[in-house]
Every structure is written in C-alpha cells, then in structure tokens.
Unconditional design. Sequence first.
Length: 280
Amino acid sequence: MKETVRRYFWWPGITKDIEAMAAKCDGCRKYKKKPPPVPLCPWPYARRPMERVHIDYCEYKGKMILVMIDAYSKKIWTRCMMSDTTTYKTLAVLFGWFCEEAGFPTTLVSDNGPQFTSKEFEEKLSKWGVKHILTPPYHPASNGLAERAVGVVKDKLKKMDVSATPVELHIGLAYIGRVYGLTPHASTGRCPFELVKQGPAPSLFPCLTARSNQQRRSEATVVKHSVAQLHQKRQFGEGEEVVIYNNHTKLSSKGTILEILGTNNYLADCGDGPKHVSVI
C-alpha cells in the first residue's frame, strides 16, 4: 500500500498517514498478523520474604503436586494433592502455608489454570489482602521461577525413584524441601530457610497490616526501573485503545485498557466484558 501511494503522491508525513488509515480498516485489524514477541521482562527484585510468591501444579506418576516458591528466599513448599486440584483444596493448602510460615504474601503469581482463574480464588485472595497476577497464556516463561521450582522437585523425585503411594510421596517431598532449604542458593549465597525467617511474624489481620502508600509507590518505582531497561518494551496506559490478538480464534479485535495489572499484564475491554490480556 505504501509503495503504491508513494508512486503517485507525496506529502509530509505520508507514511504515518497511511498507517493511520490502515489502522482504521476493520478487515485489516481483524486479520492482522500476530505481533512479534517482545524481550522478556524481568520480575522486580524481591526485597523481603513473602513479598512475591509463585505457584504452579505439576504431575508425577499420575499424582498432582502443588508447588510454591518465595521470590526472595527461594524457599520451596510442596503438597501432594493426589487428584484433587480444585479451587477450594488449593486455597486450603495456601492458607495453611501462609499461616504457618512468614505470613501472607504481597503478590501471588500463577498461570491461567481453572483453579486460579475462578471467582472464588480471586475473592479469597482479595479478602486476604494478596494481589493476584496471572501470567500470559501460552507463555510459561513468565512464571519462570515456579517452572524452575517444579523442575527441581520433579528432578529430585525421579532421581530418588519415589513411588506414587501417598506416604512415600509425602516423605519424598518433605525430604526434598528440607535438603533444598538447607542448601545455599546460587543466586543469594544463603540458605532459603535462613532467609525466610527474616520476614515479619504472621499477622492475625493481614488486611489491617497492608502495605502503606509509600511502600506501594516504592514497589511501583522498582517495576518501572525494571521495565525501563527494555528499550523495545511496549507499554500502554489506562484508557488507551489497543488491538488485541486472540490466540484461540487467531483474530484481532479493538479494545481499551481498563487497568494496568503488572509490567506486561492488563485488564482490557474487548466489547464482551473485561479480560486479562498480556504483552508477550
């Protein structure tokens, strides 16, 4: 289109005007090619225990295991869920971990599993004062810390040749967590057990001890500095009109950014209600 127009016409800003006209075409927007992937955006550096935790499910010999890792201390929690991975069972296990360990986290990161995207899961986390961030669909690298923890757990279980019986699997997971927690981590040089104990004591009322406005601004600044290092990173603001690509239908549609959920996660309205979208 550009070459054809330039062959007969020219005016200042012709390329920009042609692109703007093409962007208004419904057909061009609907069948627009999938945008190229952007550089990976690193998570902000966690400065205290339980500031951000990552969770994921993995399968071992037909049994499902829930895995959680703390971004600061690198401590790993595991629980054999057998075949029960429902929302309520997941919430019960997470609540037990939060009460027994260093308290409720500030942020929880998960993939788009049905137990994590349910209304009940969101309501409970909101009641506990925990911000929930969903990673981009079909992009497991965004939850790389949880993927790494899953890899560690499954690798050790296979090397130990742990059977799938409930007792043996429970003992194997406990042993892995103990040895891993007492081993200095390569990124911190200290043991996860040692670092996680530096966190504040668990609170009976986590919502009353939520982060102050100054803490929120400080964490937001860390995120901005992290994103600023990526020169090709695409950023959008609230109220901005965007074109959203659907991985299922392979089609694009016009939408509006409603809320910024993270460095590459947004809540957008595509005409059929708010949806989580991501820049990948």
